[in-house]
Design a protein around this ligand. Structure first.
Ligand SMILES: Cc1cc2nc3c(=O)[nH]c(=O)nc-3n(C[C@H](O)[C@H](O)[C@H](O)COP(=O)(O)OP(=O)(O)OC[C@H]3O[C@@H](n4cnc5c(N)ncnc54)[C@H](O)[C@@H]3O)c2cc1C
Length: 481
């Protein structure tokens, strides 16, 4: 234990990032406390990954059982599917409660002190917490800030939590409005489009960029557009901003004034039953008192950090003060947050570690799923131009995979991007059944900077979906010497 401090480590924020850091720290023998102002588990457990995946699982079953032609082609006949909205909502809420309580129990069992209240940094080694019985100050050798993020709501959009809402409310599934507009076609918007469309709502997606799903690899986005949007009769408006969104009231609809993203001229006004605003997330870094330590928090509020996640005051790192998770803006994903937490604890314990963001995979849990890791083809080409190598890619389709054919789930593509000279795998992008699980093999390979020409000789179980990537690796051998 560090001399003269209450703790070896205090973590502010008990989301996935803070939790991962705390569990790792006690495992390393550090006396650890975690400060949480709201619920254990943060966004991921309470309002993010967990409830959204529960909704996707239940609504996914509804979709599957409603696709009678698809089932009949496999010899299965079902007599119509019924569902209970409230029971689906309860499934998500119960799962959240269960995981939140397991998380809290695991912390106490492992000896992490949980301090309930809002934390502020007084200096790099001192945290004050507004607790139910007044403000208390705690000291620690090291302090990690893990305050996470909150939904971003653009100006002009009025949230009432009932007819105009963010994912914070959508995960409660309090109603199934007949017509829902979703502003934003990132993974959160797409996942909710999947849920709502499976449960019978009509959807309109509004996207400011010139095409929907602007962040996905273009080959993947093309298939996603066909399978997840056009086949479901989802209407899209791209290249427009939802400039003004006004909630509905008894008998009157939600109105959405669309303007052209370039000219800012009015385009049209939509009248819908509800509007989900899924326009990204912003760091939750207000009131942490970081300015008093010389830290400049620039819009939208990410905490500036060094490569090893020290908080930066201008161009100087603040010793003993670290930040992790969504608040650093590196990769706003649960597993990225906990990887950062673990890396900081290792560094504190004398094993300097940085996070290899290139090998962190990401997924959208739509039906079918979309996943990727590493560089896009465009990023790889830019890197190739700078560093003097050529980039190549190989594609394989789920319709050529025996397991996908047996499942009758043949929509999908896997694409690997690699250096032509060394064969190093630079990126992988998948759309298809279980793509979120399939990407892990490519992520591990990127973490080890492996060559596709070696990966092509790793034996995969037959018949499995993993052969989709196997086949893509093998294609890279064709014509290679
Ligand atoms: C709808 C949705 C679906 C998602 N799905 C996925 C997914 O499938 N996979 C995935 O990887 N990611 C997903 N995410 C993203 C994921 O939830 C976040 O990346 C992750 O929660 C970030 O973890 P964090 O620890 O940085 O912060 P958070 O989880 O936001 O936790 C921060 C915690 O800090 C607390 N806090 C903040 N300030 C203070 C303070 N001053 N004092 C005390 N406590 C404080 C907050 O109350 C909160 O509990 C999803 C997000 C959403 C919204």
């Amino acid at each position: 234990m560090s001399q003269g401090f209450d703790y070896d480590l205090i973590i502010v924020g008990a989301g996935v990032g803070g939790h991962g850091a705390a569990i790792h720290a006690v495992g390393k023998g550090l006396k650890t406390a975690i400060v949480e102002a709201a619920e254990m588990g943060g966004t991921c457990v309470n309002r993010g990954c967990i409830p959204s995946k529960a909704l996707l699982a239940a609504s996914g079953r509804v979709r599957e059982l409603s696709q009678t032609d698809h089932l009949e082609s496999m010899g299965v006949r079902v007599g119509g599917v019924q569902f209970d909205r409230q029971a689906i909502a309860d499934h998500a809420a119960n799962l959240v409660a269960n995981i939140r309580s397991n998380m809290g129990n695991s912390m106490t069992r492992m000896g992490v002190d949980v301090i309930e209240g809002f934390g502020k940094v007084l200096d790099a080694q001192k945290v004050s917490v507004e607790m139910a019985d007044g403000e208390k100050t705690f000291t620690a050798d090291n302090v990690i800030l893990a305050p996470g993020s909150v939904p971003f709501v653009p100006r002009g959009i009025e949230i009432d939590g009932k007819t105009v809402f963010t994912s914070d409310d959508a995960i409660k599934l309090e109603s199934l409005p007949p017509w829902v507009a979703i502003v934003g076609s990132g993974y959160i918007g797409l996942e909710f489009a999947d849920v709502y469309s499976a449960l019978g709502c009509e959807i309109t997606i509004i996207e400011a960029m010139d095409k929907v799903m602007p962040t996905f690899d273009p080959d993947i986005a093309k298939i996603a557009k066909r399978v997840l949007v056009e086949n479901r009769d989802i209407e899209t408006h791209a290249g427009v901003f939802a400039a003004k969104v006004t909630p509905g009231s008894a008998g009157s609809p939600v109105t959405i004034e669309l303007i052209d993203a370039d000219t800012k001229e009015p385009v049209e006004t939509l009248e819908v039953d509800a509007c989900l605003v899924a326009t990204g997330r912003v760091p939750n870094t207000k009131d942490l008192n970081l300015e008093a330590l010389g830290v400049t928090i620039e819009r939208p509020g990410f905490i500036p950090v060094s490569d090893d996640l020290h908080v930066m005051a201008g161009d100087k790192q603040i010793d003993n003060l670290w930040a992790i998770g969504d608040a650093t803006g590196k990769m706003m994903l649960a597993h990225a947050a906990s990887a950062q937490g673990i890396a900081v604890v290792e560094t504190i314990c004398g094993n300097p570690m940085t996070v290899d963001y290139r090998s962190i995979p990401a997924a959208a849990f739509t039906h079918p799923e979309i996943s990727f890791v590493g560089l896009t083809e465009q990023q790889a080409k830019e890197m190739g131009e700078e560093e003097g190598f050529k980039v190549a890619s190989a594609r394989t389709y789920f319709k050529a995979n025996s397991k996908a054919l047996a499942e009758n789930e043949t929509d999908g593509l896997a694409k690997v991007i690699y250096r032509e000279d060394t064969g190093e795998l630079l990126g992988a992008h998948i759309i298809g059944i279980h793509a979120a699980d399939l990407i892990q093999e490519a992520a591990n390979a990127i973490a080890e900077r492996q060559s596709v020409r070696k990966l092509a000789f790793k034996v995969h179980t037959h018949p499995t979906l993993s052969e989709v990537l196997d086949e893509a690796y093998k294609r890279t051998l064709v014509g290679a010497h």
